[in-house]
Write a protein that binds this ligand. Structure first.
Ligand SMILES: [Ca+2]
Ligand SMILES: [Ca+2]
Ligand SMILES: [Ca+2]
Length: 317
């Protein structure tokens, strides 16, 4: 708090302060119970110590705060859990990218053309990437908070790190994910560079106390129809959107299969390639078009498995 012995009307511009004191006649109206008044040679002065209410609110396109201090950072925390189909097996995900030294320390989505709202450029560190076991890093995922009154309006988006057990943590820390937004209800969406994005069907109350949002067990209804693939009771993000355009497509223009072939050279179908590749659908660190554990079959399965011209669309508003 400000000292009551400083005779400054804090909410008055400095020029007005100088005028007030020089004339010694003009007293301020008390606007706060924490203010006071006193006498000076030739007159009196009054002062306030500012508006004691501290809070935040939203306006179209931004955020306003009130009060002369803001001791609390505006933020909400989220404990999200999700599974990706590509690396999923027997209740967890395999960490092929990390184990093969392919995990980038900076999020990949900016380079892919995704326009972040507020976030982006998140980074992590080698000690985080070095963790093995249930907290082993699988890959970067994308998180969006959307307007509770307009589920197409992204208020804040950022990337975060996905662990083998499905936990999603911030880049520099493992848990939870922090968003610099006021406490409120938001739709939460989560996506991945070669999986279909999903969004909560309802808006969810988020606060400084972390909300638990488990998208792996069916406890959170998702927007649309069949937004997730269900395997043995686990809810997964559909794999195979190699082109990151919201559609899983096996044949025809802009399909997701051709990039797998291109990545291995474009002609010899049995070639393989190592890398952090969009076409590495099962995320084992190897691009593979044919044979055991290839990246192509998942795409065909996810569009139905029989009619090659079928597609699967992302369930997002
Ligand atoms: Ca974990
Ligand atoms: Ca696609
Ligand atoms: Ca692969």
């Amino acid at each position: 708090m400000h000292s009551p012995f400083i005779f400054l009307p804090l909410r008055t511009p400095l020029c007005a302060v100088a005028f007030c004191c020089a004339m010694g006649l003009f007293a301020q109206t008390l606007i706060s119970p924490a203010g006071n008044s006193g006498t000076v040679p030739g007159g009196s002065v009054s002062w306030s110590v500012g508006e004691p209410v501290i809070g935040t609110g939203t306006v179209p396109g931004g955020l306003v705060t009130q009060g002369f201090q803001q001791p609390n950072t505006v933020r909400v925390l989220v404990n999200v859990k999700t599974f990706l189909q590509g690396p999923f097996a027997a209740g967890a995900m395999s960490d092929g990218l990390r184990a093969n030294g392919l995990m980038p320390l900076t999020e990949p989505y900016t380079a892919m053309g995704y326009a972040f709202a507020g976030g982006g450029a998140e980074t992590t560190t080698q000690p985080i990437i070095a963790l093995a076991g249930s907290n082993a890093i699988i890959d970067w995922v994308l998180l969006e908070l959307r307007d509770k009154n307009d589920n197409t309006s992204v208020l804040h988006s950022r990337s975060a790190l996905l662990q083998a057990d499905g936990d999603v943590g911030g880049g520099g820390r493992l848990l939870p994910v922090v968003f610099p937004v006021p406490e409120d209800n938001y739709f939460l969406a989560i996506g991945h560079r070669n999986h279909l994005m999903i969004m909560s069907q309802s808006s969810i109350a988020l606060a400084v106390t972390p909300a638990v949002i488990d998208l792996t067990d069916g406890s959170i209804a998702t927007y649309g129809t069949d937004a997730q693939k269900i395997v043995g009771g686990s809810y997964l993000l559909w794999a195979g959107d190699v082109t990151f355009d919201g559609t899983i497509k096996y044949t025809g223009i802009f399909n997701d299969r051709d990039p797998i072939l291109l990545a291995i050279g474009g002609s010899v179908a049995t070639n393989t390639v190592t890398g952090y590749l969009p076409s590495d659908v099962n995320m084992d660190g190897t691009g593979k078009y044919t044979g055991l554990g290839n990246d192509r079959d998942i795409i065909l399965q996810n569009i139905g498995g029989v009619i090659a011209t079928n597609t699967r669309e992302e369930q997002m508003p």
